[in-house]
Design a protein around this ligand. Sequence first.
Ligand code: CA
Length: 420
Amino acid sequence: MPAEGWNGKFQATGNGGWSGAVNHGALARALALGYAAAGTDTGHSGGRGEFALGHPEKLIDFGYRAVHEMTVKAKAIIAAYYGNGPRLSYWVGCSSGGKQGLKEAQQYPADYDGILAGAPANYWTHLMVGDLWVSQTTLKDPAAYIPKEKYPALHKAALAACDALDGVTDGLIENPMRCRFDPAVLACKDGDSPACLTTPQVESARKIYSGPVNPRTKKQIFPGLEPGSELGWGPLAGGPHPFQIADDHFKYVVFKDPNWDFRTLNLDSHVALTDKIDKGTLNAINPDLRKFLGRGGKMILYHGWNDQLIAPRNTVNYYESMVAKSGGAAKVSQSIRLFMAPGMAHCAGGEGPNTFDALTALDQWVEHGKAPEQIIAAHRADGKVDRTRPWCPYPQVAKYKGSGSTDDAANFVCAPQKGR
Ligand SMILES: [Ca+2]
């Protein structure tokens, strides 16, 4: 809590991954802006999922209880210290922190007036399947492994297929949902090389883009990674070990067996099992945000299209389900907007513009009723901004006006996407 110059507001900070640490950097940034700030380790230490083994109550803490309790207590401590509680309370988080923000809106809609939720890990059980499925795709059979040296060629081919669809050839795919890219264009013709894919590698790349599907019901379990994201495939697909957060989920939460082998993941029975066990503990997928909306809450969601850890289309899917359940697009857009970020990786980084100030946009919306029509994001190289671009409220996309630098956000407008 700032001893002087408190702005009268409270900002809570979210976690990442398995979340066993207070994010002190985020606290410091909030304090520097004049906020009273709070964070929680969610009831355990460290970034692994082992804590859950034999401790169902700790899993509930991690799932939602720690954040809610922190919120209630933080507001009481603020009131005791300043003589009055915060006039406004904001949630700020990405990844697990994005999920925590959604859970708050779904389960404790009175906790926050504004929620900034990035790349939410909100469909936790299916996300874990999706991530582990990528690891299974490339690590189960050595022939199916795609060496990292091949990612640049794959990336280049994806851009060749889809970069120009948005009218600007700039290394960014504005809307990957319009992209039809078959990695078979890279199939090796004269022997293996870093510039081509063998037949099993083509199949692996197709699986990574398409995401896991239940073999019995043919239902999509989780979306795939998007064309454009290839340079970031290392953590899920590069081995030698499966992606640890997801591996831990099945080892310690689902099977309670540290020796469980990710190669045995079954896309039918094991998905049903993790959903059955979860009972809303780790998942934050309730599309009904009417209570949050009814209180006047505002939410900004964002997700990088090149996210290499959480398939971004899941956030589009959640947004669509939430819009359908919570009053329709026109009504919901008065309170909740989703910004998809071309070329941005998980929460930050990547080839696309990836530094942005969504907190100010949220604050303007909550405090002054000024809804964000766009969020200007910047890309930096060697410490200098080399490109700016607007992020647009979904389903709008950034359109080049036709003149001026394509590295300047001023030369773009947010407009509806024509044609899919
Ligand atoms: Ca482009």
